[in-house]
Design a protein around this ligand. Structure first.
Ligand SMILES: [Zn+2]
Length: 268
């Protein structure tokens, strides 16, 4: 049972789960798992706060600059790669630690008046002592949508995807926009088609660097695929039957992403 919490001043008990980061990378032991709390004890003083209680064990987020030298036996991994090794509850806590570390590092000064901010004791918030502005951890909602047309689904690739990988469409929610409006706009911008019958699927914290993914299915309503230059390298209709039988000429996204679950939900 995991209970989210926040505490700015914490001791690190010997049995704590420590989610330590060097820059954006998670510190791990040689087995790919979280190191014992004591293994990080020789590092210089770091920012450190409590982020949860997992079955009575304290969970601590810590971070050091990316060029910090680690003790022997420890290494780092990207948070995406850590998905392969950490059990799901610990992986989710690692994403929470990364989000809080990023926020803590990027809100040292007040955005309104420039004064150094102070961490509150029992709430994830940094407050300006001069003007009172409070900065909370940043979350940026983004939508993901898988478009269905009969037995086909629309998959697309962005230029920064690994070669051969195709996924559902995704984009950030604009200020003043709701998730549904965002889907209609993004789909029209990215591939030039219209959609209807939006169906909620699921959501996922995606700390790269601070997104909250909101995933939907939708039905094709009209238009021909017209990939947006610079954003979409290729987009195409792919047969679900061909995907199920391994005959489709595309690679699907890694299991770490909600896109993987969304596409497989359509295939099941
Ligand atoms: Zn201020």
């Amino acid at each position: 049972m995991i209970q989210m919490s926040f505490a700015s001043l914490v001791e690190t008990p010997a049995d704590a789960w420590v989610f330590g980061f060097l820059g954006d990378d998670l510190i791990i032991g040689h087995d790919g798992l979280l190191p014992p709390a004591g293994a990080l004890g020789t590092l210089p003083q770091a920012s450190s706060f409590g982020i949860a209680d997992a079955d009575g064990r304290a969970c601590i987020a810590q971070q050091w600059p990316a060029d910090t030298v680690l003790p022997a036996g420890l290494g780092v991994t990207s948070l995406r790669a850590a998905y392969e090794h950490l059990p799901p509850p610990l992986y989710r806590l690692a994403t929470r630690a990364k989000l809080l570390n990023t926020w803590d590092r990027q809100h040292r000064y007040c955005g309104a008046c420039g004064t150094a901010t102070e961490l509150l004791a029992h709430e994830a918030a940094r407050r300006c002592p001069a003007c009172g502005l409070v900065a909370y951890p940043r979350l940026s909602p983004a939508v993901m949508v898988l478009i269905h047309r009969g037995d086909d689904i629309l998959l697309a690739r962005s230029p920064h995807f690994k070669p051969g990988v195709y996924s559902a469409l995704a984009g950030f929610v604009e200020a003043g926009e709701d998730a549904e409006e965002c889907i209609h706009r993004e789909v029209m911008e990215e591939v030039g088609v219209s959609v209807g019958n939006l169906r909620w699927f699921s959501s996922q914290s995606w700390p790269f660097p601070h997104s909250l993914m909101l995933a939907f299915h939708a039905d094709y309503a009209g238009g021909d695929i017209r990939p947006q230059p610079g954003e979409i390298e290729d987009a195409l209709w792919v047969s679900k039957q061909a995907l199920r039988e391994g005959r489709a000429d595309v690679l699907l996204p890694s299991p770490v992403s909600i896109a993987h679950r969304l596409i497989h939900h359509a295939l099941d």
